[in-house]
Design a protein around this ligand. Structure first.
Ligand SMILES: [Zn+2]
Length: 614
């Protein structure tokens, strides 16, 4: 059992705590035990159940989590414990628990505060070690939190009671069983509103000046929850909270009982929330698993987010833009060999592997299986691992068994390999037919992929399916009388994780722009860039390169014009980049006021760059 008694002292950024732990020895002759705590929180005493003071040390050590200062506390026991014997320990600690979120002029962004106690709020995440942390434990939990009398506390479990004491308020929560890495606490002077749908409760806790956002956030959250529920089945939860975090420039965070979102991200674009809500399925219903299996929660949450946004896109063009945005993040420029998705998770390597690339693998799996079978597999996975951890092999086994296919070739290539396919097509018009070859590079012989080809002719556009196995596949389709094919587009709806012309055009635009930084033939490069942009009309990524091209020549007005054009398309995923670039241009022009204005707008979009791993 774990019992945590804390007091939050906002004006001092202070946190006082008393943690009561019952430990059971797993070995004979246990002499000491360890826990981790943030080093700014100092342990004052450790006592056993007979009130004997125990000897302990507290030393700063290497971080055990990213973004988290760490100290190791080693406690010596009075008597050795035999296997199965228990001892109850009370550890008292206090200190400053504060991470500022100040503006970093060099990085041109605000430093993120992952957890903090400020005058207006407390936001405590487990990886910032606000309580004595012992790895891989699961236990019943009682939390007693003392806060200023006008504050509300939201944490794990059910609220058992509240009381007043010397002008402060005390909240007591209890939870039946909780993992030692899952304890979150939010507290501030909140107003709140709830909605009950069947047995499910959604509650929003916002600061009073965000009163008008309570209803829109509850509605949006309900809409996203019901979208995911229709796809994946019911989640393992009876309630879901939306909690404003008081940091000026913090970010979003998932928690077992809802999500926290930073004040500056609360707006009617609802940034970050489709991803955070998806963790209710991928992370909470099926438990979080780290290392190699990180993609199972981050990849599936990112997939769910894009699935929601692409299905809600107002038209086909907007939907394509959403998926191209994901593809673009999934594949680095030039399609180099990378670490595999599993290695990326194990080595905490670049985030895109476990987020966007893994999401696109799942999206490709949907294409191969068809949506119905794909969703059946996901639902079976959830049912099989409700409240349990799953690993990659479990996921593959369930997909194979539900689909009655052997898709090991697919998972071996996409999850365990570092290459991605490249697609090209060559075709000619001959004798009333279009004949050609679809090439597939960087894949083993047995790798096969169904692909859509879109033919543009002088009369119409039409589509055909071609399955390519190994390096190439020939095709031969009838044309109408007098019809001539002028263009063939591979995978026009972005169903498959691989490289085709549009991505290469975007990379070429980038290399032209970089070339322009060194050479003087601007006119020629400008016209090449415009022809790429014309070939892929309204592609915001290519327009972005055109904008960068003008900035490189200090043609600020022309560059800003391009970014304003990008914004006129209201790209779901690209507005942040457009705004940040306009801000950068104003900075270089020496216009601090406009720079700040656009930067604030950009940060409020809550780009995925500002989301965090739990
Ligand atoms: Zn996430």
């Amino acid at each position: 059992h774990f019992s945590l008694d804390i007091e939050i002292i906002p004006e001092e950024h202070g946190l006082k705590g008393e943690a009561k732990l019952r430990l059971r020895s797993g070995i004979n002759g246990l002499k000491s035990f360890d826990f981790h705590l943030r080093p700014s929180l100092r342990v004052n005493s450790v006592k056993d159940e007979n009130d004997n003071a125990l000897v302990f040390s507290q030393n700063k050590v290497e971080r055990i989590f990213p973004n988290s200062e760490t100290s190791l506390v080693r406690v010596s026991l009075d008597q050795e414990l035999s296997e199965g014997e228990t001892v109850e320990i009370v550890a008292s600690y206090d200190g400053i628990f504060y991470m500022p979120s100040d503006f970093d002029p060099k990085e041109r962004r605000y430093n993120r505060a992952f957890s903090s106690v400020t005058k207006e709020a407390a936001w405590l995440r487990p990886v910032q070690l606000w309580y004595p942390y012992i790895a891989n434990k699961s236990m019943p939990l009682t939390i007693r939190a003392k806060v200023p009398s006008e504050w509300t506390v939201i944490t794990n479990g059910e609220l058992e009671s509240t009381a007043e004491e010397n002008g402060k308020k005390i909240f007591v929560f209890q939870e039946g069983e909780i993992s030692s890495l899952d304890i979150f606490l939010f507290a501030a002077s909140y107003i709140s509103k709830s909605k009950t749908i069947g047995d499910f409760h959604i509650t929003a806790y916002f600061f009073p000046h965000h009163r008008d956002f309570l209803d829109p956030y509850i509605e949006k959250t309900e809409e996203i929850l019901s979208f995911y529920t229709q796809k994946f089945g019911a989640p393992d939860a009876e309630k879901f909270n939306i909690i404003e975090i008081g940091m000026s420039y913090g970010t979003g965070t998932g928690a077992p009982f809802g999500y926290g979102i930073s004040s500056h991200l609360i707006n009617l674009d609802f940034p970050l929330i489709p991803h955070e809500i998806a963790h209710l399925w991928w992370g909470e219903t099926v438990s979080y698993n780290l290392g190699e299996d990180t993609w199972l929660h981050e990849g599936l949450a990112t997939f769910s987010d894009y699935c929601y946004r692409s299905e809600k896109a107002p038209d086909k063009k907007a939907k394509r833009e959403v998926l191209f945005g994901l593809l673009n993040k999934a594949i680095p420029v030039g399609n180099p060999k990378t670490l595999s998705i599993l290695e990326g998770g194990a080595k905490h390597a670049e985030g895109f592997l476990v987020y966007e690339r893994a999401a696109f693998v799942v999206h490709t799996l949907k294409h191969i299986l068809g949506e119905e079978l794909f969703l059946k597999a996901l639902r079976s996975y959830i049912e099989a691992f409700r409240s349990k951890k799953a690993d990659t092999a479990d996921f593959i086994r369930i997909v194979n068994s539900v689909s009655q296919k052997d898709l090991n070739w697919f998972f071996d290539y996409y999850l365990r390999g570092g290459r991605l396919p490249r697609y090209r097509v060559k075709s000619i018009n001959i004798g009333g037919k279009v004949r050609g070859t679809l090439y597939q590079e960087n894949v083993p012989k047995h790798f096969r992929m169904p692909l859509t080809l879109e033919f543009l002719t002088n009369k119409r556009s039409f589509r055909r399916e071609v399955e390519v196995k190994g390096s190439k596949k020939k095709f031969n389709f009838d044309l109408e009388k007098g019809e001539v094919v002028s263009r063939v587009t591979i995978d026009p709806d972005f169903d498959v994780l691989g490289v085709s012309d549009i991505l290469e055009d975007r990379w070429e635009a980038r290399s032209l722009r970089l070339e322009a930084a060194e050479e003087k033939n601007f006119r020629q490069l400008e016209s090449l860039l415009f022809s790429l942009s014309k070939k892929n009309p309204d592609n915001v990524h290519i327009l972005h390169e055109v904008g960068q091209f003008y900035f490189a020549q200090q043609k600020w007005d022309k560059g800003i014009e391009i970014y304003k054009k990008i914004m006129s398309f209201e790209p779901d995923d690209f507005t942040f980049i457009a705004l940040a670039n306009i801000a950068a241009a104003y900075e270089l022009m020496g216009d601090k006021k406009m720079q700040r204005l656009y930067l604030e707008k950009a940060l409020a979009k809550g780009s995925s760059m500002y989301s965090i791993v739990r």
